[in-house]
Design a protein around this ligand. Sequence first.
Ligand code: 1YM
Length: 649
Amino acid sequence: MEELLEQGVNTEASAAEAPAYDDSQIQVLEGLEAVRKRPGMYIGTTSSKGLHHLIYEIVDNSIDEALAGYCKQITVILNGDGSVTVKDDGRGVPSGMHPKLGKPTLEVIYTVLHAGGKFGGGGYRIAGGLHGVGASVVNALSKRVELVNCRDGKAYAIAFEQGKTVEAFRELGDTADHGLTVRFWPDPEIFETVEFEADVVRTRLREQAFLNAGVNICLRDERGEEHTEEIFCFEGGIRTFVEYLNQQKGCSVLHNDVIYMMGEKDGSLAEVALQYNDSYSNIVISFANNMHTVDGGTHEQGFRMSLAKVLNEYGKKFKLLKDDERLTAEDVLEGLIAIVSVKLEDAQFESQTKAKLGNSEIRTLVSGIVADKLYTYLEENPQAGKIIIEKAVAAARGREAAKRARELTRRKGLLESASLPHKLADCNERRMEYTELYLVEGDSAGGTAKDGRESQFQAILPLRGKILNVEKSHLDRIYSSDSITPLIQALGCGIGSEFDIGKLRYGKVIIMADADVDGAHIRTLLLTFFFRHMKPLIENGHIYAAVPPLYKISRGKAERYAFSDEEKEAYVLELGGNVRVERYKGLGEMDKEQLWETTMNPETRTLKRITINDAIKADALFSILMGDKVEPRRAFIEANAKYVTNLDV
Ligand code: 1YM
């Protein structure tokens, strides 16, 4: 390793002097053994998430080649044998020898950590996924990697196993083709799972196609009986991304155009696309070098700051705002869908997750573009301007009303945790991590649950009928809702800007509703509330759904509970002869012993933890299911008829 470091010859200076690629511009930092020893350091995790990073890293290299202007087509194939092929039609990797290491450049790129020339002269070396360590990390974590490189009329091949060269670099012959093809088999010794999920890959490839307008990305799934092929190519880039998110959400847009802004300075590029819709929630997604910056950063700050400023100035100038009216950053977010994407040479990331952009010059760049281009757009499109300001003014009024309602409620003592709701049957245990709160549909099931529970650590809150649909309600109604305030009181952690997870009174919050359509509706209403107003409870794994049985199968003294039709059939066979099959219509039909045994006893019950796998999808689902547009909901229910009663976010 010391030796490699000494041999490492790439310096920023040499790259600057010779902008075209040259075989000596390779950084040599560390060996691949380190990657296999501590995979987490390089890909974050060896879970399914880390596994999928392997694909992204290879695809990122192709995207760099596309951004440099040499590649039009990227194909990703999920092969039947568990491997993945990524192929592009770029220039192919330089086919010469690395002058200092005396090895083929292609081999160096795949076997030496941190290898890689300064990418693409005028473009951006942006492979963000693994912070640029790229191809060699994929090689280190793969059981086998095969490369076919076509460049300057010739084809070459090489193969590796666990990062070591097993088939020497060789020329295959002449070809008219160009580009690199990589096939890799992830190493099951490294990963918890080596099964790729088409849905995860698809979402990522679609996103990359949105972020890199005009690049054609094809996904083929050749596993299983039926092979599928999808093509992602969006000439409109992030404009189309915003349209897509709006469609997913199923809301009405308030103005026809997606507003698009772009600007460049000192080699950095910033793009913003936005559109308002009639919902109360917002989606703002930011990217730096094609990497989703989950924690935002300077580009997002620049956008948010400037957005409120521009709308205030515009509103004042055109008398859409009264003199004393001022829109806050929060007001102008209501109903907004926006994508902020920046590409820069030397991205600096803050925060542990590396998902927060730190370059301060980008704040100025983005806020400048928004100040300039958005203002001009609104001046030229006064109809859109008027509608957007009116939406923000309505949000401001809603916020004021919510504040008044909150204060009123507080004065009545309803939000203080000292006063608990009358209907709550609390538990004795005070240590939050040992306690459970059951939210039970209906007073009668609530009564049974109270009798059947273990009162040391289980609390019961019966919910009468349907709770308020928060998707259709402003905060003021939520604060004054009879169906929601008991829930807020019982949980103790407040909502919205006052939310404090440290005050949560229960470790597990378990939604116990019937296994029918009504139950699914109540579950969805509750999840909508948690998702919109107490999201960290979901993110931190506090929210669960109880799974009540569908059938009781008995013969004489033998009894079985079945949670699905298949299970029922199996128990009928097991018990044989004249079995009795009872279908449970609701929780209320069970007596307290049955309820305890099937649904509440930690030893025997099944709980489904609610997770947010894909916040965008969950957001869309809630809007579709709970928003006021009928058509997208009908379409969704038709498409998912058998899943709707088993909603799992
Ligand atoms: C399926 C993965 O890696 N394609 C790819 C990689 C490179 C180039 C083209 C490339 C880059 C440059 C010059 C340059 C890489 N080159 C290097 C290195 N597809 C995939 N396509 N010529 C070709 O950046 O100047 C690393 S990756 F180091 F040789 F420049």
